[in-house]
Design a protein around this ligand. Structure first.
Ligand code: GDP
Ligand code: MG
Length: 254
């Protein structure tokens, strides 16, 4: 079982009916999500954070075992998704640092559990991506094993941001990851990335996001919260920080 940071109400499960909660505060909406009205999304009743600004962001450690991570004394938020989906870019956007997390044109570059300490009060974690074919299978299995061990074993983990590329149609590997998180009672929300990208022939981003949710609803009764983002133009940054701020207060009472 998780520590005092555990937030059981955020665990999305097929079997359980989530609490019927009305959201008291509305986080800033930065993306038109009109089409989502009909999709049942879990409503979180979170305190309104007074400060969401990131003032300091410091790289701490890289390791491959959750037991070797920094002491679990602060609420923690982790970023996961396919290689190249934009995890490191999202961390840099959240922290206003262009080079805090390593952004790469080549997939498969992040190979550890990387901890960053934010405002001396919470942790942000970058993880190796899944589904990258050019990394050999043994190594892929190793990444997957220590990442999943981290998800189930890290006591102060409040929320996992599951990143989904909004420029492509729903991928099985992402849907499977969402199901795994749900099955293992790891609280997560969906973060759609690259909503700024425009290229001829690219499928419609809003349709991709809605389709992804519809696919999830084949297994889930309710959807996890979701945020549309762009690390290029800052879309979704306010919403993400608002969510993290609310979760931090809810988790630790601070
Ligand atoms: N247009 C656009 N490109 C992005 C965005 N986020 C990431 N990228 C690009 O996608 C590639 C992979 O990003 P990275 O953050 O390293 O992905 P990671 O492997 O998931 O950590 C890089 O070339 C980034 O510049 C975004 O929001 N918009
Ligand atoms: Mg990365």
């Amino acid at each position: 079982m998780r520590s005092e940071f555990a937030l059981d109400i955020f665990i999305i499960s097929e079997a359980e009916t989530p609490p019927e909660i009305e959201s008291q505060s509305s986080p800033p909406q930065e993306f038109n999500e009109e089409e989502e009205e009909l999709l049942p999304e879990i409503q979180l009743d979170l305190p309104t954070p007074t400060h969401t600004k990131v003032k300091t962001a410091v790289y701490l450690t890289s390791c491959v075992q959750h037991q070797k991570c920094p002491p679990p004394i602060y609420p923690e938020f982790a970023v996961i998704g396919r290689s190249n989906v934009g995890k490191s870019s999202l961390i840099n956007m959240i922290t206003n640092c262009r080079k805090l997390a390593h952004v790469s044109k080549e997939p498969g570059k992040t190979r550890c559990i990387n901890h960053f300490l934010i405002n001396d009060t919470w942790y942000l974690v970058d993880l190796p991506g899944y589904g990258f074919a050019r990394v050999n299978k043994a190594q892929r299995d190793q990444f997957e094993q220590f990442t999943k061990d981290y998800f189930t074993g890290r006591k102060n983990l409040c929320m996992v941001f599951l990143l989904i590329d909004s420029t492509i149609s729903p991928q099985k590997v992402d849907l499977d990851y969402a199901r795994w998180l749900s099955d293992n009672k790891v609280p997560f929300c969906l973060v759609f990335t690259k909503t700024d990208r425009r290229k001829k022939g690219m499928s419609n981003k809003l349709t991709n996001m809605v389709e992804f949710k519809r696919e999830l609803l084949k297994d889930f009764e309710f959807l996890p919260p979701s945020i549309a983002t762009s690390s290029e133009n800052g879309t979704g940054k306010g919403q993400l920080l608002h969510l993290i701020g609310g979760l931090r207060i809810a988790a630790s009472g601070k």
